[in-house]
Design a protein around this ligand. Structure first.
Ligand code: FAD
Length: 257
């Protein structure tokens, strides 16, 4: 049972509470998921007064403080329209007004479009103590086993890349059974990420250009079978959606040139 509520006024104070080995305390973001967990946790460390609610655009990318709610991202002019579309599809407005980006990454699983597009954008998490920079793609497979720290303070991704996603869901308001997100940088580097299956989205391809996105997507979901869709369906449609994403990227580039 959660018996202790702490509300530190700074990141330093939050870290001292979270690293205190005499108690099991967890960071509290929006609380929409954590407030339902009742076992194995002594206390929560509410981050709302720690000054982590900000969005900053630097020369290379966008950095988002850990207490930034999803709805605030929706309103920011430098957040890519496809990231906004992902948030809108994933989370209803009441959740967007409360849930934070780190809380979302911990709670959402493999069927989240937002987590899929952030992985395509090669987002990086900053963990304290130690200000360790950990790429989302390195953290997602491991977070249930080991944590690089006790607190995520920032999440950053490069801006200026092209990004599109396509998805399939059984009903308009249902979680997707397949998501394909493709990000492409100016150099041509192309990353394809698949979601809609399993515990987390996966990187299907990270190559110098877009050739082979269909084959890579088919291979990555070759055995992606669960109660929602067969593997044969997922691998065929993943290949088609990956090609459609590349067509959309190419059409966008042509219209801009
Ligand atoms: C009514 C309802 C509907 C929902 N619908 C959906 C849905 O359709 N699709 C979906 O994917 N999810 C859904 N969810 C789940 C939702 O995604 C999560 O509840 C929400 O994203 C959690 O964000 P939060 O900021 O409230 O996290 P919290 O509940 O505060 O925390 C969640 C976890 O993240 C950890 N955490 C939070 N911040 C940090 C940090 N800075 N550093 C380290 N760890 C941190 C916490 O310790 C905790 O373990 C729904 C939830 C509710 C209540």
């Amino acid at each position: 049972m959660i018996s202790e509520y702490c509300r530190p006024a700074s990141v330093e104070e939050a870290l001292s509470l979270l690293t205190d080995k005499s108690k099991i305390r967890l960071p509290l973001g929006g609380g929409t998921s954590l407030s339902r967990q009742q076992s194995g946790v002594d206390g929560v460390v509410d981050l709302q007064d720690t000054g982590l609610d900000w969005i900053e655009k630097g020369s290379r990318g966008l950095t988002v403080g850990a207490m930034t709610r999803l709805e605030r991202l929706m309103a920011h002019p430098d957040v890519h329209p496809e990231v906004k579309r992902a948030i809108q599809l994933d989370a209803p407005e009441n959740i967007r007004n409360m849930a934070t980006l780190p809380g979302w990454l911990f709670s959402s699983g493999g069927r989240s479009i937002l987590t899929t597009v952030l992985l395509a954008l090669d987002a990086t998490l900053t963990w304290e103590p130690g200000s360790k920079q950990v790429r989302l793609g390195d953290w997602l497979p491991l977070w249930k086993q080991a944590s690089p720290g006790v607190l995520i303070t920032e999440i950053a991704w490069l801006v200026g890349s092209q990004l599109v996603f396509e998805y399939v869901a059984r009903a308009p308001k249902d979680q997707p059974i397949l998501v394909v997100a493709v990000a492409q940088w100016g150099s041509g580097r192309t990353r394809v990420v698949l979601g809609g299956f399993g515990d987390m989205p996966i990187i299907a391809m990270d190559g110098p250009d877009s050739s082979g996105v269909d084959v890579a997507s088919r291979d990555a979901y070759f055995e992606a079978e669960d109660q929602w869709a067969t593997a044969a369906y997922r691998r065929d449609i993943a290949a088609k959606l990956a090609l459609r994403c590349v067509e959309r990227l190419n059409a966008k580039k042509e219209s801009e040139s």
